[in-house]
Design a protein around this ligand. Structure first.
Ligand code: PLP
Length: 365
């Protein structure tokens, strides 16, 4: 049996009629960028998250970059981020001209380690950017406590956590700004790039709307140097269809994860405290003692796809080494050497889940 990591073709087949109708309506309308579909998606997402403003942009990376810009963060400022995430989290800060200050992660949740947070704060620190990695909320109460104590802003990277909850509240609505990605493989993905910024703050929302369209709020009149980060109508129309299914899809991912948690042996299972709702955008285990590569090869031979999210922590990436970063983040480095994501997506059948579990359990180390 072949089990891919994710199956976007199967997802499309299940909702093909609705997706095709939505796309055809856009094509027939003649309005292709920042039109009524984007406006409706922004309204629906603001309602879904319980925030005042949702601004559609071109990618999750742009969402993070524009959130940093909205706070007026610039050269000489520092933003604290976890060393273990997708590269874009750090890139957005560096692109805005500020310094990304890396913090190590918790070994159990893979999220930013609060114990090291305060020692990273300097007079130049302006914001903390937690990542809800794999769909698991970071320690938001403590992050907000330190942010309040030191007058810092909080930008949430929710690229993997749409629908995840921390103490009953959705990630994305817990900081000053929340950033979403609609990259196709994310749990709410389009058929191309897309992203969104969430905020309750009217001033930030205004700045982001202006910057996403060349620093212009009135056609051909430019008040700032902005970028082109407009969301397409086709993407918005597709995401609006999928938004109706996100709750059910997340619940299926959680159900799959519970099945794995109850049945897998010989691997280090993911951990989630009971006050968070982990949506398992990735179901990621640890394979210890340098055995990961052999484990992946074995699963591949049995038709099961796996992936490493992520093999190199930020501070070890060449891009940051070239910028003079020379720090040590033991837990991030250890995680990078051990993590392995197993197939987990809503369209997985009972047989596929059984097959993955049995195959993992038959692995002889
Ligand atoms: C995917 C991702 C991003 C970037 O989103 P894009 O839409 O691909 O630009 C940022 N942060 C994290 C944690 C991600 O997983």
């Amino acid at each position: 049996m072949d089990v891919p990591l994710i199956d976007l073709k199967a997802q499309y087949q299940n909702i093909k009629g609705e997706i095709n109708r939505a796309m055809e309506a856009v094509l027939a309308s003649g309005i292709y960028i920042l039109g009524p579909e984007v406006a409706k998606l922004e309204e629906e997402m603001a309602r879904y998250f319980g925030v005042k403003h949702a601004i559609g942009v071109n990618s999750g990376t742009d969402a993070l970059f524009l959130a940093v810009k909205a706070l007026g963060i610039k050269e000489g400022d520092e933003v604290i981020i976890p060393a273990f995430s997708f590269f874009a989290t750090a890139e957005a800060v560096t692109l805005a001209g500020a310094r990304a200050v890396f913090t190590d992660i918790r070994a159990d949740t893979f999220n930013l380690n609060i114990k090291q947070l305060e020692e990273k704060i300097t007079p130049r620190t302006r914001a903390i950017m937690p990542v809800h990695l794999y769909g698991q909320p970071a320690d938001m109460d403590q992050i907000r406590y330190f942010a309040g104590k030191h007058k810092l802003k909080v930008i949430e990277d929710c690229a993997q956590s749409i629908g995840a909850e921390y103490k009953g509240k959705k990630t994305g609505a817990l900081g000053d700004l929340g950033c979403l990605s609609f990259f196709p493989t994310k749990n709410l993905g389009g058929a191309g790039d897309g992203g969104m910024v969430l905020t309750d703050n009217e001033e930030y929302a205004g700045i982001i709307k202006n910057l996403r369209a060349h620093g212009s709020s009135i056609k051909y009149i430019h008040s700032e140097i902005g970028i082109n980060s407009r969301l397409d109508e086709i993407q918005a129309a597709i995401i609006r269809v999928k938004l109706k299914f996100i709750q059910a899809w997340n619940e299926k991912r959680r159900k799959n994860a519970n099945f794995y948690n109850a049945g897998l042996k010989g691997v280090v299972l993911p951990f989630a405290p009971d006050f968070v709702k982990h949506i398992y955008h990735q179901y990621t285990v640890r394979i210890e003692n340098g055995k990961r590569e052999a484990f992946q090869t074995y699963l591949k031979e049995q038709g099961i796809a796996t992936a490493v999210h992520y093999p190199v922590p930020m501070h070890k990436q060449e891009a940051y080494r070239k910028l003079g970063y020379n720090v040590s983040m033991p837990e991030s480095e250890k995680a990078a050497g051990e993590v392995c994501s197993l197939p987990n997506y809503p369209e997985m059948t009972e047989e596929m889940l059984q097959y993955v579990a049995v195959t993992v359990n038959n692995y002889k180390q």
